[in-house]
Design a protein around this ligand. Sequence first.
Ligand SMILES: *Cc1c(COP(=O)(O)O)cnc(C)c1O
Length: 483
Amino acid sequence: MNYISTRGAGIGERHTFSDILLGGLAKDGGLYLPGDYPQVSADELARWRALPYADLAFEILRKFSDDIPAEELRELTRRTYTAQVYCHVRDEENAAQITPLKTLGVEDGASLSLLELSNGPTLAFKDMAMQLLGNLFEYTLAKHGETLNILGATSGDTGSAAEYAMRGKKGIRVFMLSPHKKMSAFQTAQMYSLQDPNIFNVAIDGVFDDCQDIVKAVSNDHAFKAQQKIGTVNSINWARVVAQVVYYFKGYFAATKRNDERVSFTVPSGNFGNVCAGHIARMMGLPIEKLVVATNENDVLDEFFRTGIYRVRKSSETYHTSSPSMDISKASNFERFVFDLLGRDPKRVLQLFRDVEEKGGFDLQASGDFARVQEFGFVSGRSSHDDRVETIRDVFQRYDTMIDTHTADGVKVAREHLQAGIPMIVLETAQPIKFGETIREALEREPERPAAFSGLEDLPQRFEVLPNDAQRVKDFVAAHTGA
Ligand SMILES: *Cc1c(COP(=O)(O)O)cnc(C)c1O
């Protein structure tokens, strides 16, 4: 398997899975993708139907990472996808399934169900990929005798998923910046209660954007970055995307009886990482009818899939909503799809994403490329706070099931794209406890709290408060790496 950049650098060079695992952007600023998508044969699809999650993950990942010896990869997936790690299931009999499918009912002749992706340690779907990344990083670093210091900024979900994935891992430290006293009590407790010596919570006196600016400033100091072996785990990481391909297969098998049936998926979307994995599953040959992109009020992606116009937002036009993990101004993985949409023409991708930087966007309507979106199965929709509240209430009353705000965006938009006879699977991206305020507004009751999280807010917390000053953060990192 060879990886190429969406902007064309390194054509003719070889990049293996391990080569791109620890890096971010390609050197021309593009994103990595496989030179060709591996195809799944009818025989494989038949054989995979019965596999437990970890072994399905092995079969799929192996097609993308042939530089890792098969036995070692199998060991990594079996260590990652266990009932112990994904233990926060709401239905005990699902304990071994990792991503159980919960059928809600039949609407407009289509069965509507939720694929539970948030039974992991931080109760959000980011654990699905991040837990694998933790084990892959540890494995690769050990192999090369290297260490890595991950520096990140978080307003909640990503930071905690990264910390829970990297805690206790050899050769890895995590320095996670978060805005002091600006996260919910639950999110704060989730992160700050970690006592592992390789995890450093840094509470910055400022807002989330200040944290992000510090990470940028530190990353732009190339000497410091090299000396301290600084890395990141952001959503463009290829291994994160490919780990997410697995549950599209798992969901397909759970919703069908035979491999000639088709299903549709609806994906609550922000940075386009999750639904990009669905696109890849479809390109591999999984019988997916539609990929429905659901956004909240930050509708950059919905606008594109309706009109062919991609127009990134300024921060003043980016709303803080009650599904905050989808509050984005541009979709960092979108370039991967555009590359395929344009027939894998890196020169045009380079030009379009220059236009994004210089003019704030591009328009594919006029060129005729936009018409091909349908061939790739994509449709979209958006939702508002009132829609979320209404959907949470409706799903609770009708199906006795409590869903979180992001999943509610998904269910709302899924209902606009049902087709009789084609199962619709909505990806459940978080558990309701993470977004309690809106649950209380919709249902006038407390969100369900998994047993293991009782008393979380009372645990001792370990964090360091620093001023909004990049130099002070550098000093803190250097003092704790000893380099
Ligand atoms: C990150 C996140 C999303 C958005 O996923 P993308 O891969 O960025 O599109 C949706 N819901 C929740 C709960 C998330 O944490």
